[in-house]
Design a protein around this ligand. Structure first.
Ligand code: SF4
Length: 335
């Protein structure tokens, strides 16, 4: 994969309703975006682009690469997505590009055909750029890279190509949160909105259920770096996000996600203003049935306990509005 040289200067965007333009456009004009693409491309040859640190040459082989992804990104689908958080989907949808493969191995993965089996097709830099421009032309509010950690180099090269051809939308990095600091530093000034999962508060459980070492330390270091780069989530007058950190936390049954440690970390070590989506939609999928403790949905009481722990720690910016109304409705359903 060759980084794309930028061919023309790009005028600052006037498209985003008077908001500050995404900072990658300034990097593009300064030639820094191109330099990052070249640097990231070199990382593929001794890969440290996620916290697996496989150190394989992905231009030659995928043997030894946990993500099974070589020189080209594999894309499962792209399109406007109306199921993301309100502040991402807005009125015209979030412009998702869904990458195949993953650097985690969650036994309860809801997208296992894509993440474990790699359904999708390899795409070139120009094809990836075309997808971004198509999503922009469709009126999407942002470009939302789903499961991007193992394709950081391919994404940066495609952003150079797309920005050169007129991309001006904010870029969302929608990650399972097992990112290397090497990759995140390459993305500094390129990503506008970081949306990491914080999946576990206990490293032993992360190893057991996602087959990943040191998840908690890696994940917390990554979130610190993301916050250093972009700060708290900023919304425009219509409530659509354009910069900052949005954390997702999926509550698992039987306290497996370590939710209390996660909300403590965010409130005390990141910011009490952290915007967080505490998600209730866990359903046992894939190999979850092999683990009796994961083989059910969560209860209202489990969800309520996490929400109360978050509030007690001082968090107050919860995605998708009125969680109290949700809880009242859930209580009624349980009567
Ligand atoms: S992106 Fe991560 S999983 Fe893939 S080869 Fe590099 S270090 Fe390994």
């Amino acid at each position: 994969m060759s980084p794309i040289r930028h061919l023309q200067s790009v005028e600052p965007s006037k498209a985003n309703k008077g908001l500050p333009e995404p900072t990658y456009l300034e990097l593009l004009r300064a030639g820094e975006l191109d330099r990052r693409a070249e640097l990231a491309d070199r990382h593929l040859e001794n890969c440290d682009l996620c916290a697996r640190y496989c150190h394989v040459d992905r231009k030659v082989t995928i043997r030894g690469a946990v993500c099974r992804t070589g020189e080209h990104a594999v894309v499962y689908s792209h399109g406007p997505h109306h199921g993301e958080e309100d502040c991402l989907r807005g009125t015209h949808g979030s412009g998702t590009i869904f990458f195949s493969w993953c650097n985690l191995r969650c036994v309860y993965c809801q997208n296992w055909e894509i993440s474990w089996k790699g359904q999708g097709r390899p795409v070139s830099t120009e094809e990836l750029a075309d997808m971004m421009l198509e999503l922009q032309a469709n009126g999407c509010h942002n470009i939302n890279f789903v499961t991007p950690s193992h394709v950081v180099a391919q994404i940066i090269s495609a952003v150079v190509a797309a920005a050169t051809r007129g991309l001006t939308l904010p870029l969302v990095y929608n990650t399972s949160g097992y990112d290397s600091l090497e990759a995140l530093r390459l993305l500094d000034g390129i990503v506008d909105i970081y949306m990491p999962d914080m999946k576990y508060g206990d490293a032993a459980l992360a190893r057991k259920y996602s087959h990943v070492p040191n998840y908690v330390a890696v994940n917390q270091a990554a979130v610190r770096e993301m916050y250093r780069q972009v700060g708290d989530l900023l919304l425009d007058k219509d409530g659509v996000a354009y910069r900052g950190l949005l954390v997702r936390h999926l509550v698992l049954p039987n306290g497996i996600a370590g939710s209390e440690e996660i909300v403590r970390f965010l409130a005390e070590e990141i910011s009490p203003h952290t915007y967080i989506n505490i998600m209730d939609q866990y359903r046992p999928c894939y190999r979850a049935h092999d683990h009796s403790e994961l083989d059910r949905s969560i209860t209202v009481a489990e969800y309520r306990a996490v929400l109360e722990a978050a509030r007690q720690k001082g968090l107050y910016r919860f995605a998708d509005g009125n969680v109290d109304a949700w809880l009242a409705e859930a209580d009624l359903r349980c009567v």
